[in-house]
Design a protein around this ligand. Structure first.
Ligand code: ATP
Length: 360
């Protein structure tokens, strides 16, 4: 299947500042792709170039195989949803949703039918004659959504669409958004800096940093196999420490800052092109043991408890390794054992659980 959206070598400069650098990305039909990254990483600029609201400095954008790089927004047939809804305050819900169809000069009976269909899908039927100011934030956002896909756009673009809602409503709308997208089979490009949102919604996530797309992969792969330490740190909790590669073979042998002894990671977990990089492991991959495990295979680091915080199901344990590194892990409360401050333990993990990554 050909990609519905293609960014081919897209660059965007504002004066001498590069906001987006050599973006190459394809989005498949019906796919939900999220650009995730910190503020200023180039997410919105990328989305705006696809919408035609910003001109690319170089490179090409294709929609359904057609080059649209120089086309005006109206010709691209793209639906847009922003954080601030951008509804027309003097129009009712039905009139707001009808607007894109009127712009496209659809016949009146067709407009009425389509508006009703979309209002029903977004559960806005009972509110069709209300004005935006008479709706809650969540309802307003649903109107913005209905208006964005009523004309059957080839792609839906959403920029932090849930950003203005409070936490509870956000979680609820997230579920609604996902099920709506699946029902209408829309191709979606979504922008957020909220990692939970990205994990919950996306088929694939593209992580951006300083205008450069670092990695594009399904959520599980981004979490388990980040390509560098920026991606590892940005998505989820991690222990990330500077490291040096001492040996390479079936296992990579590392010297890790703040951890005493040699640390082993499996060869396929060593993706760092350089002799210095970062050692990374997810906190849930650690175990605590009273005795040093007697297999030569496991990594074991002597450490002391600094504090242990009881959180109900889990205990958050702050540890200090003999060589100085601070490591925070979470262990199930049921088998946490004695975690008194100052008590000594062995922090263990398997060579398949640690990664040696390019430091970014
Ligand atoms: P946020 O999450 O804060 O929206 P973002 O990742 O979407 O961030 P962009 O809005 O794409 O980031 O901005 C990328 C960079 O380009 C920023 O440093 C921003 O200041 C800069 N930038 C964006 N628009 C312009 C403009 N019109 N003129 C100059 N610089 C701009």
């Amino acid at each position: 299947m050909t990609d519905q959206v293609v960014f081919a070598g897209i660059c965007k400069r504002f004066g001498t500042f590069s906001a987006v650098r050599d973006l190459n990305l394809g989005i498949k039909e019906g796919e939900f792709l999220t650009l995730l990254g910190p503020s200023g990483s180039g997410k919105t600029t990328s989305l705006r170039m696809l919408a035609g609201l910003e001109a690319a400095t170089s490179g090409d954008i294709l929609l359904a195989g057609r080059r649209v790089t120089d086309e005006v927004p109206e010709k691209r047939n793209i639906g847009l949803v922003f954080q601030n809804y951008a509804l027309f305050p003097h129009m009712t819900v039905a009139q707001n949703v009808a607007f894109p169809l009127q712009m496209r000069r659809r016949k009146r009976p067709d407009i009425a039918r389509e508006v009703d269909r979309v209002l029903e899908m977004t559960q806005l039927g009972p509110y069709k004659d209300r004005y935006p100011r008479q709706l809650s934030g969540g309802q307003q956002q649903r109107v913005a959504l209905a208006r964005a896909f009523v004309f059957d756009p080839s792609v839906l673009l959403m920029d932090e669409p849930l950003g203005a809602l409070d936490r509870n409503l956000r979680d609820l709308m997230r579920l609604e958004l996902k099920s709506l997208q699946e029902r209408i089979g829309a191709t979606v490009m979504y922008v957020t800096h909220d990692q939970d949102e990205a994990l919950a919604l996306s088929d694939r996530i593209g992580v951006m940093h300083q205008g450069v797309l670092q990695q594009t992969a399904p959520p599980g792969e981004i979490y388990e196999r980040p390509v560098n330490s920026f991606v590892a740190r940005f998505l989820g909790q991690s222990v990330c420490l500077p490291a040096k590669r001492l040996e390479r073979g079936k296992r990579t042998v590392l010297s890790v800052e703040g951890l005493d002894g040699r640390i082993l990671v499996d060869a396929e977990n060593d993706t760092c092109p350089d002799a210095t990089g970062d050692f990374m492991i997810r906190p849930e991959r650690f175990a605590l043991a009273a005795e040093r495990p007697d297999t030569a295979d496991a990594n074991a680091i002597r450490c002391k408890v600094e504090t242990a915080v009881y959180l109900g199901a889990q205990v958050e344990v702050h540890l200090r390794a003999g060589a100085g590194a601070r490591v925070q892990i979470a262990v199930p409360a049921a088998n946490a054992g004695d975690l008194a401050a100052g008590s000594g333990h062995w922090l263990t993990f398997r060579p398949s659980d640690g990664l040696y990554l390019k430091g970014v």
